[in-house]
Design a protein. Structure first.
Length: 261
């Protein structure tokens, strides 16, 4: 059986941690890398329900997209929900690993997966990292122009959600598309400057929506969860293929916390 370290080494070959943003907290956040892996669960966000699932189902490695430990921790006690969860995971011998923004930007990462699913060609980063061909976000060309309404229809199958929000004219002709998963409205100016007709992201601020309207760049908000959860499921599939004797799955307890009336 592989050790936890073997799993992490393979992950970091596909998702180099040096792609993470400087403010991020990525990598191994809890656990012992030298023990044998018994089971792996992926998730978007590590909540108490997700942690309980991992414990009950016998996983000893959780790959969570969003880091559970983001800011410096001054104390770890049962007085907080985070403390109780981390202590219960530690008692169960479960390691926790997060690739976060490195996964967003990886060559086969979240933004790349959305771009490929849309059928974009000439895919490249929206923001290049210095002295490298890697970077954040993605942009590319559709094979032929379509209107915004058709783009929204296609996104329903790629980023499934009860509903998507948008800024712009449904009849707008789109061909050059920008993609930035999660909460990434800060890429709007990059997308507009680079000639993209549309930026697809998970969520953003109200004032970014106003800015999009003034720039004449359409903005599609598929939801934070919907923009990233499919890649978490794909990651579980890839890990299962690599280690077929291990139990590997994407959390079944995890759901989008945002609901609509």
């Amino acid at each position: 059986m592989p050790r936890i370290q073997d799993i992490l080494t393979a992950l970091e070959q596909q998702i180099p941690l040096d792609l993470a943003e400087p403010w991020d907290n990525v990598g191994l956040l809890l656990g012992d890398t030298q023990v044998e892996a018994r089971g792996i669960m992926t998730c978007l966000t590590l909540t108490s329900d997700v942690a309980d699932e991992a414990i009950a189902q016998g996983a000893n490695l959780i790959v969570t997209h969003h880091p559970i430990l983001f800011k410096a921790v001054k104390r770890l006690t049962t007085e907080t929900a985070e403390g109780r969860m981390l202590l219960s995971l530690a008692r169960a011998g479960i390691s926790v690993y997060s690739p976060h923004t490195a996964f967003d930007s990886a060559r086969e990462g979240i933004n790349q997966q959305i771009s490929v699913a849309l059928g974009l060609s000439e895919i490249e980063p929206l923001r290049l990292k210095p002295q490298t061909s890697d970077g954040s976000g993605r942009m590319g060309q559709l094979p032929a122009p379509i209107n915004l309404e058709e783009l929204l229809r296609r996104l329903k199958t790629i980023c499934p959600a009860e509903r998507h929000s948008y800024v712009g004219d449904l009849g707008l002709t789109c061909q050059k598309i920008a993609v930035a998963c999660g909460a990434a409205g800060e890429f709007l100016a990059d997308a507009a400057t680079l000639g993209c007709e549309v930026l697809i992201t998970g969520e953003t601020r109200f004032h970014t929506c106003l800015e999009a309207r003034s720039l004449g760049t359409a903005l599609v908000l598929v939801g934070h969860y919907a923009s990233e959860r499919p890649a978490v499921e794909n990651l579980a599939t890839k890990l299962q293929t690599r280690w077929p004797t291990l139990s590997v799955w994407a959390s079944r307890a995890e759901t989008d916390p945002i609901q609509f009336t």
